[in-house]
Design a protein around this ligand. Structure first.
Ligand code: DLL
Length: 432
């Protein structure tokens, strides 16, 4: 089934005409309502009238995560704040979070896109879905929740944590679908095994995303749990989940391009890259009201395929992600930048700016250990004092990163020094 055939199966010409109109309207909107964009366009000598077709998008300036930080929290709004009904946030590169604001219509469009994707994964009104992404500032929980309710599924807002209860309810409620990160699903799989519950559950589909995973891992999950597993992609800045997902043919993720216009550019030259070649994914929000973004650089590396898909949708497909152009890590679905650790440590005083982050996956759950060098004058042989310092650093890092952190204090000058780029991260997680 296709949720919105008139949009998802539109001919390329019709789609481009509609995108052109929407882009012209959006550019006019941001020029008149967002000072940041007006200034950027004036610097480039562009006026709204210069943008009439979708091809004109290449004349427009790019937007980056730093621009969001510089305009924190509400500097990029295109509507009065009274029209904002929801705010979400994700990690920024340093202290300030990346904040995104939505109007009522933005939430409706977002939900529509998630609904299209759930239908793409084979879901309908008879399905019972457990949403096991985090609910809160993270877009995963509420994003999937609204999309599933909009479709008419019986929606269970599990959020994360207490996996045994999740499995018990999966069985009791006859859940047929689950939405969560792929690594969490692997862990859920182990708990199902421990509880000998595989024969008693009715699970048939999983909607997994928010972190990189491989096709091999997807196939492993399918085999282990006897389900169909789908890839769903999105980022808070654009809406959250709902930007793209893969259909039953698993040949790339269909992008909801009538709302989020994708481009692939070279991360070095910022010139467009041909279809099929890998580059940085850039999005323009064609219909967003609250915080529209023009040519937002996602830092995610992928390629695009605009040929028709066997499923009948004409929405272009982006390939499984090849990595990022920056150093952002995703640990238990939470975005973490090494610079956040550095900033938090430096504010403390007792430690040196020498640290090493060790990321691992134990029982399918991500772990983060941070080794920190203590200032000579604070380094003491007294176990109690070092214990207290460890606790203090853990609390500071936990609050800065919003994930559990194991801290290990190491002696001054014991971490390896580098002549070139410092190695701040050892990621031992193997993406099978
Ligand atoms: O992770 C939104 C989301 C929630 C997507 C639930 C899917 C499901 P952020 O926290 O802003 O938003 O993180 C966005 O996560 O730029 C990618 O680097 C990465 N990412 C998201 N989905 C995938 C995926 C949500 N399917 C950042 N494969 C993005 C690989 C993904 N990476």
């Amino acid at each position: 089934m296709i949720w919105n055939e008139s949009r998802e199966c539109m001919s390329r010409d019709e789609m481009m005409t509609m995108q052109g109109k929407r882009l012209a309207k959006q550019v006019n909107n941001v020029y008149h309502n967002v000072e940041f964009y007006r200034k950027k366009m004036q610097q480039l000598g562009i006026e709204p009238g210069d943008i009439t077709r979708i091809e004109d998008i290449s004349k427009l300036p790019y937007t980056t995560k730093d621009d969001l930080r510089d305009n924190y929290p509400f500097g990029l709004l295109a509507v009065p704040q009274s029209q904002i009904v929801r705010v979400h946030a994700s990690s920024g590169t340093t202290g300030k979070a990346t904040v995104v604001s939505y109007t009522r219509k933005d939430i409706e469009v977002w939900s529509e896109c998630v609904t299209r994707e759930l239908v793409m994964c084979g879901l309908g009104i008879d399905d019972v879905i457990q949403v096991a992404y985090g609910y809160g500032l993270f877009t995963g929980g509420l994003g999937l929740h609204y999309g599933a309710e909009n479709l008419g599924c019986t929606t269970v807002p599990m959020s994360t944590g207490n996996t045994k209860r999740l499995v018990t309810m999966m069985e009791d409620f006859g859940a047929t679908a689950i939405a969560c990160t792929p690594s969490y699903l692997l862990h859920i799989g182990e708990v199902i095994e421990e509880m000998n519950a595989l024969d008693r559950i009715k699970l048939k589909v999983a909607i997994c995303g928010a972190e990189p995973w491989t096709e091999t891992m997807r196939l492993q999950i399918e085999e282990k749990l006897h389900i169909h597993a789908h890839d769903i992609y999105g980022l808070s800045e654009i809406c959250g989940p709902g930007v793209a997902a893969d259909c039953i043919y698993h040949k790339g993720l269909h992008v909801q391009e009538d709302h989020y216009y994708p481009e692939i550019v070279s991360p070095d030259t910022l010139n467009p890259i041909a279809d099929g070649e890998v580059g940085e994914l850039v999005f323009t929000t064609l219909t967003k009201e609250g915080m529209p973004l023009i040519r937002y650089r996602t830092k995610d590396l992928t390629s695009i395929d605009r040929t028709p898909c066997e499923c009948g949708r004409t929405l272009p497909r982006i390939s499984r992600f090849k990595g990022r152009t920056d150093d952002m890590l995703i640990i238990r679905g939470v975005n973490v930048f090494p610079s956040q650790v550095e900033a938090a440590l430096l504010e403390m005083g007792e430690v040196t700016p020498h640290y090493l982050m060790i990321v691992d996956r134990v029982n399918n759950l991500d772990t983060l250990e941070v080794q920190v060098e203590v200032e000579e004058r604070f380094f003491s042989d007294e176990v109690k004092e070092l214990e207290n310092l460890t606790k203090k650093i853990s609390a500071v890092l936990q609050s800065a990163l919003q994930i559990a952190v194991k801290v290990k204090l190491v002696e001054p000058r014991s971490l390896e020094r580098s002549m070139g780029k410092a190695v701040r991260v050892i990621d031992k997680r193997k993406l099978v």
